[in-house]
Structures are given as C-alpha cells and as structure tokens.
Ligand binder design. Sequence first.
Ligand code: IPM
Ligand code: MN
Length: 359
Amino acid sequence: MEKKITVICGDGIGPEVTKQSIKVLNAVAEQFNHKFNYDQQIMGACAIDKTGDPLPQATIDSCKNSDAVLFGAIGHPKYDNDPHAKVRPEQGLLRIRKELQLYANIRPISTYPTLQHLSPLKPDRLQDVDLVIYRELTGGIYFGEKTLSDDKNTASDLCLYTKAEIERVAHLAFNHAMNRKKKITLVDKANVLETSRLWRKVVQEIAQQYPEVAVDYMFVDNASMQLIIKPKQFDVILTENMFGDIISDEASVLSGSIGLLPSSSIGSGTALFEPIHGSYPQGAGKDIANPVGSVLSAAMMLDYFEMYEEAALVRRAVSWALEHGFVSQDIDSVNYYSTSVIGDLMKDFIEQKAPSEIN
Ligand code: IPM
Ligand code: MN
C-alpha cells in the first residue's frame, strides 16, 4: 500500500522522537512492501520563528491532502510566562485540530510489568490496568469565546457544548467499548456544570443503543482519585476536552512515564497521531528523550491504515526494547540509551536482525 503522511516534528524534543518513528515506519514499509511518502511541514514555535504564524497555510493544505499526520510536540518556554504574547505555539495545534475536525482524542494507558517500579503506585494496584481515554477535542472551554476587559482585570473562557458534538465522540467511545470490556465511565462535573448535565443526558440516551455496555457516571474530582486508588475499575473513559487533558496526564503515572504514551486524534478530516507528552525543552537536542510515545503513536497510525500486523510488530519492538532495558533516561537514570540508539534497535528488531548485531 502507498500512503502519504504529513510529518510535523514541531518544537523541543519533537524532531528527535519523530525521527525514530520514521526509522521504524521505514523498516515496516521495507518488510511489508509498503510505500510511505512523507511531507515535512512546520507548526508551533518553529513556525512562528519562520513565518510569524504557528500554523502556516501550507501545513494545513498538506495535512488535508494526506492519509495521516504524524506530529511530535509543541511549545516553547519563552511563551509560557508571557501573558501578553499574542501568538502562541499551542494555537497551531488547536487550530489544526479544528481544521481537520479531530473531535476525538484517544489515549490508551497500558502498564508494563517490567516498568511497574517506576510508578509511585503500589504494584498490586497496577495489575491488569488497561484503560483508554476518549477526550473530546474540538469543543468546550478550549474553544469557547474568550474575553478580557479593557482594564485587563476581568477575563472569561466560555465552555460550550452542543448535543451533536457530544454524540459523535460518544458513539466512537461506545463502539470501542463494545470491542473491549464493555464498560464506559463518563467523567464530568454534573453537580455543578450545565454542560456536564448535557453530557450526561446525551450519553444516557446513546447508552440505550448499546445495551451491552455498562455505563458509569463519575464526577471529575472523584475520578481523579479513583484513577490512583483503583485504576483497574476503568475500561473506557469518556470525557470533555479539558477534563480529558488533565486526567490523561494523571493516568500516565500508571504507565511509569509520560514519555511512553501515544494518542490518536480522529474525526471527519485527516487523522493525527502524537505522543501525549509535551516539547520537554530542557531535553531538546540532547538525544535523551523517550521515543516510545511517538513510536506507539505511529503504531496507532498503522492500525488506522488497517495495517494490523504491521502495528503489532511495532508494538512488539517497543515491548522488546522495554523488557531488555533498551530504555531512555526517564525510565532508567543509570543505565540508559540515547533516543537515536533506541530507534535504531527497534528498527533492527523490525528488520529481524540477529540480536548479535544489536549492541
Ligand atoms: C495535549 C496538550 C495540548 C492540550 C496543549 C499543548 C495545547 O497538553 O495535547 O494534551 O492542552 O490539548
Ligand atoms: Mn495535555
């Protein structure tokens, strides 16, 4: 098969981790006789530096004409503490999500037996943890009207949801639950927020179409606690944009490192695949970042292309590297490998090179 992939490395460690995914994808293409054509584009702080715009039109056009987008990371510290910055790198990511109508962000959280010691949680709490977060991605407080009064002393962010916005992401989550343990937890704040009450009402209606799926409703404050004290109770978590952003970073501590976690963003336009970690500016250019989040995002992309065997092979390469201690600094601060060496080792694994060739 031939696929066109827009590659947006972005900022910070984005280029380094994305490079490893490309190595892995090229090895997959070679093994399975596919052709992946990459189109490199810019977005984020690097795009502001070059063009003044965090999301140049050429990037949007390329994404719209591709089969998928592989994205690295976004953000630069020089914007974080400047409340007056008019243009911010993150605007690029938010706009591309809107442009491509990527209304569902899917974040699977898995645990690895050999990495359990990295989590601050007791090992017995991590046993059998396997959950996936469906985060609504193009609505809510992220995209509602923003105001700042003339005297700059009053600000607001509107949180708005329509029934249709809730329905489309909910159907995706219910369908996924049907192929898993058939359990959905809607995370909201329905005791306080009108939008959350709408979410509950709409999800209750949709639930009737999926009688086999057990539906649970949980307030976000309680869910934050339950994720830590009893994470195995969750199968599919469905939630709105900002709650999903927050609880997915929290859930990453179950895996041991945020550097391990991938995501896919899907909707009505070209799907986008990105690790959930940020741009980690302190680590940029040092070849120390964990490439696994990006490589597993590439595996999610292969699944999306219905290249299931290929995706499974990439996941085996990742598990093999993690089990054999071919890990980055965030996983083992004493015996660690560089980002690029880990990428090479995973590539070799996919190419079925003999272990002797792997140093
Ligand atoms: C994420 C990130 C983004 C978000 C930022 C960079 C805008 O934290 O993808 O989780 O908040 O959605
Ligand atoms: Mn986030």
